[in-house]
Design a protein around this ligand. Structure first.
Ligand code: AMP
Length: 213
């Protein structure tokens, strides 16, 4: 299975990608996670990306293109992948198509999750990630807001630096201007579906599986 999960910040890409990666036993390639890891480790990439990511802007296409080329051509992706957070510009989409062509991949599916801005803002300001097990949660759904509902760790629910209101608005503007047109660009190049991402996690997963299977 080769999947691109596409949509605005907060549409649920990461949550659904994790579920699908587990179900189909394929790697979840999140460019945001790759950048956050590099930032945490203080690598060259991390140093270049830190300020850009924290402002909610886009890391330059040449840097992102290099990362994605290496990952998609690596052994780990040879039996499939789920791509989350890439492509975010037409240039990235164009590069991606040429990689697919080079690797002879003609079964790639793009799933777009749609959500309204108000839902995004509400979701992202209350989003936390468990630093122990990586589970993404919404604080509004938790009884004990200090405990990870998945692994039970206490005090490990962390907020991303770019999940504050001003940066979220910036990310949404950038999505509208630079990323949203990618959908049209890829429409006749890949198998594409648009799914309502404002439903519950379980309902969205069911809609995706319904389409895939
Ligand atoms: P995400 O985890 O997908 O929300 O990504 C977090 C941040 O990483 C974004 O706001 C960008 O700053 C950066 N980023 C992730 N993927 C890309 C990409 N494909 N192109 C440029 N910047 C990216």
């Amino acid at each position: 299975m080769r999947i691109i999960i596409f949509g605005a910040p907060g549409a649920g890409k990461g949550t659904q990608a994790k579920i699908l990666a587990e179900k189909y036993q394929i790697p979840h390639i999140s460019t945001g996670d790759i950048l956050r890891e590099a930032i945490a480790e203080g690598t060259e990439l991390g140093k270049k990306a830190a300020d850009i990511v924290n402002r909610g802007e886009l890391v330059p296409d040449d840097i992102m293109g290099g990362i994605i080329k290496d990952v998609l051509k690596s052994d780990k992706c040879k039996n499939g992948f789920i791509l989350d957070g890439f492509p975010r510009t037409i240039a990235q989409a164009d590069l991606l198509c040429s990689i697919f062509e080079e690797l002879n991949l003609n079964d790639v599916v793009l799933i777009k999750l749609t959500v309204k801005d108000e839902v995004v803002i509400e979701r992202l300001t209350s989003r936390r990630t468990c630093s122990n097990c990586g589970t993404i949660v919404n604080l509004l759904n938790l009884e004990d807001k200090n405990k990870c509902p998945n692994c039970g760790a206490v005090g490990t629910l962390m907020q991303r630096k770019d999940d504050n209101k001003d940066v979220i608005k910036n990310r949404l503007n950038i999505y509208r201007e630079s990323t949203s047109p990618v959908f049209e660009f890829l429409r006749d190049k890949l198998k594409i579906v648009s799914i309502d991402g404002s439903k519950s996690v379980e309902e969205v997963t069911a809609d995706i599986l319904n389409f895939l299977e």
